[in-house]
Ligand binder design. Structure first.
Ligand code: ZN
Ligand code: FE
Ligand code: FE
Length: 294
């Protein structure tokens, strides 16, 4: 079974069950959500009944509950420690987020490593690792560090930096990596020969750490360090390369999550993009079709 889904919403009433319903409406076999608005720290109480309903429904449909992905809010920045209060706030918020994942019975939380904001990559890496050492101490959830585009002072735009962070962790049983195709392309990785890239990743980080891939096309050129996602096949990575990654045999068990932009900022493209992926053929009229259907 192709494990493909997208970023879906999380409503404070229907919660993860609502997220599943949205994913199913796009014919997805997995999905990813934020447990609240990614840009703020307001969070609702987790409703265990919705978790149970989700487990039952997914079992009925033969979909893997343990492959669902949670994304941490992007306001968490563990890389800079110039303001100790801010740094501690980020650590505490991440701890709460991990607790929410546990309540939701989720295994994976994707996290942006952070931006060093001037203190330098090396210090940024140390700040991230010491924060992770603290939050992972009793964690049952695995944090997946996302590969970044290298926009501004972002840490984690190459395999070496991620490997360095992991090497500094006391306990490596709950750490992993989430690749993002748009970010990797923008960071300067050519994705055309993905098998070669996976070999490189295996040598530097270790393939066993890879647990999720964000599948996005990119609005920008290779190595642009920008991070602007584009719909599948409409950007500079292109459909054939993304198709090869999605169907790569080494990645069968890894959930692939679309984070492509809504059409006209209003209409989710995921149902149509997934259909196109299943057809294995790029549809250059996809965006106009979505707009004509609304
Ligand atoms: Zn992300
Ligand atoms: Fe991503
Ligand atoms: Fe991004």
């Amino acid at each position: 079974m192709l494990l493909i889904g997208s970023h879906v919403s999380f409503d404070k009433n229907t919660q993860i069950y609502g997220s599943l319903m949205e994913a199913l409406s796009y014919n997805e076999t997995t999905f990813m959500f934020y447990t609240g608005a990614p840009q703020n720290t307001r969070r609702s109480q987790i409703d265990k009944e919705q978790v149970e309903k989700t487990k039952v429904k997914m079992k009925e449909l033969n979909l893997p509950f343990d492959k669902i992905i949670v994304h941490a809010p992007y306001i968490i920045n563990l890389a800079n420690r110039q303001n100790e209060d801010k740094y501690q706030f980020a650590i505490n918020f991440l701890k709460q987020e991990l607790k929410r994942c546990e309540e939701l019975e989720m295994q994976y939380l994707v996290l942006h490593p952070g931006s060093h904001v001037g203190c330098g990559i090396d210090e940024g890496i140390i700040n991230i690792a010491s924060a992770l050492n603290e939050v992972l101490e009793k964690s049952k959830v695995t944090i997946l560090l996302e590969t970044m585009a290298g926009k501004g002072t972002e840490v984690g735009s190459n395999f070496q930096e991620l490997a360095k962070i992991i090497s500094l962790l006391k306990d490596k049983s709950h750490i992993g990596v989430c690749m993002d195709t748009c970010h990797m392309h923008d960071a300067g990785y050519n994705l055309e020969d993905f098998d070669k890239l996976l070999e490189e990743f295996d040598k530097i980080v270790g393939i066993k750490y890879l647990h999720c891939i964000h599948i996005n096309d990119s609005k920008n050129k290779l190595g642009a360090h920008k991070d602007r996602h584009e719909n599948i096949g409409f950007g500079n990575i292109g459909f054939p390369t993304l198709e090869k990654i999605i169907y790569n045999e080494k990645l069968t068990d890894i959930p692939k999550i679309l984070e492509t932009p809504y059409i006209d900022r209003k209409y989710p493209p995921y149902k149509q993009e997934i259909e196109m992926i299943k057809n294995k053929k790029f549809d250059k009229d996809l965006k106009t079709k979505i707009l004509s259907e609304v």
